[in-house]
Design a protein around this ligand. Structure first.
Ligand code: FES
Ligand SMILES: [Fe+2]
Length: 407
């Protein structure tokens, strides 16, 4: 079936979201930002990485959550269970592990040498008899709720999560089960700080109305083209607080000479080539309309993770807010392992093409934020195919209001 590109009817499927403009206060106000931290970032399940990063017992990751200036230790125990702890020694608060990753049998605090097992229990205290009130069983590392979905490690910073990870992901999670995420073992990462609100950054990856204009020299017409001059989407699906946009691939795209070579050798079709990997059976939630001119889905795991998934590779964007108008942006690509130098070349090409396109988004967002901060744009009017942005606005408002109403 071909993409439905002609009618402007996506938004009307969701009458509860309306069609009118939305006020822009929540995209810059410091006061609203503080409310979001409590209502959303301290309550939602947040992704920290993949299980392949810590395959062996004793493997660990130290993740810095810059939003809360918090250091978190994620570790695989002797029982193969993955656990998360605050990376905070219970003697006087030093960070227990300073390296970003590694393997160990015991964590030894570099201040006075208190030692913790992989299960977080206090395992050793130098000169223990000189303490008056040392109750070892109460002095383990502070645990953080952790659960795993399809190999992705999620944590929840609330004392008692309102929902399990499975409940939180709901239909959105169920509909993406089965994609071969585990094959993307060759990873690359970019990170930067962008002076914009975290929601604006999420939104920039959820519409392709801007692609034929902003990215005319980078993405060119791989996702749009003559049959889709305004960058319309195939479809948008809203599932709870999460959302998925299905993006058109221009099947008649003519690669430039470098791309011609690169696409030929990419291990799995390149994300910008529009090729479909026939060996991958897509789960229900990807290319949900089964359009034959599909290239990829941009799927948002509320609040701050976007997976951009094609049949041959996927990458993620994650946003960690630093303030109402500043965000850490992490982009991570997951490609299948290259088995020779030519494939590696194909991967490098994808990586550089993606980086160039995303930099165009970044500096546009900084200009938008200045306009918001100055009060020069009071409302956003959303195109029908910016439905994901409208849904984002309503979801944020709903989470904040619901949280505050039960406090
Ligand atoms: S703060 Fe860790 S051993 Fe003293
Ligand atoms: Fe973009």
């Amino acid at each position: 079936m071909s993409a439905q590109l002609s009618s402007a009817d996506l938004t009307l499927r969701y009458p509860e979201l309306g069609t009118g403009p939305v006020p822009t206060d929540i995209y810059w106000q410091p006061e609203f930002y503080e409310r979001e931290l409590d209502a959303i970032f301290r309550r939602a399940w947040l992704c920290l990485g993949r299980v392949e990063e810590i395959p062996e017992p004793g493997d660990y990751l130290v993740k810095e959550i810059q939003t809360f200036d918090m250091s978190i230790l994620v570790v695989k125990g002797k029982d193969a269970e993955i656990r998360a702890f605050h990376n905070v020694c219970q003697h006087r608060g030093n960070h227990v592990e300073l390296k970003p990753n590694g393997n160990c049998q015991v964590f030894r605090c570099p201040f006075h040498g208190w030692a913790y097992g992989l299960d977080g229990k206090l395992a050793g205290v130098p000169d223990a008899e000189a303490f008056y009130d040392l109750r070892r069983e109460e002095k383990g590392l502070l645990p953080i709720h952790l659960d795993i979905w399809e190999g992705f490690i999620f944590i929840n910073l609330s004392e008692q999560p309102d929902a399990t990870l499975e409940e939180f992901l709901g239909e959105h999670g169920r509909d993406l089960v089965g994609y071969p995420f585990h094959l993307g073992t060759s990873t690359f990462e970019y990170q930067g700080v962008v002076k914009c609100n975290w929601k604006c950054m999420v939104d920039s990856f959820c519409e392709t109305y801007h692609v034929p204009v902003l990215h005319k020299n980078s993405v060119t017409d791989t996702l749009a083209g003559p049959n889709n001059p305004f960058g319309r989407l195939i479809d948008v699906r809203l599932k709870g607080p999460h959302r998925t946009s299905s993006v058109v691939g221009n099947m008649s795209y003519q690669p430039n000479p470098v791309q011609g070579l690169a696409f030929q050798y990419a291990p799995g079709p390149s994300i910008t080539s529009g090729n479909i990997d026939e060996s991958v059976t897509l789960p229900k939630g990807l290319n949900e309309t089964r359009a034959d001119n599909w290239s990829l889905d941009s799927t948002v795991f509320f609040p701050n993770l976007i997976m951009v998934i094609g049949s041959g590779m996927y990458f993620t964007h994650q946003m960690w807010p630093l303030g109402p108008n500043e965000v850490v942006w992490q982009m991570r690509g997951y490609l299948r392992a290259a088995s020779n130098a030519a494939q590696r070349f194909g991967q490098e090409n994808s990586l550089v093409e993606l980086r160039d396109a995303v930099l165009e988004d970044g500096n546009t967002l900084e200009r938008i934020q200045r306009s918001l901060n100055q009060g020069l744009i009071k409302e956003f009017i959303f195109h029908d195919h910016e439905l994901a942005l409208r849904h984002h606005y309503h979801t944020v408002i709903e989470w904040v209001e619901r949280y505050e109403s039960v406090r």
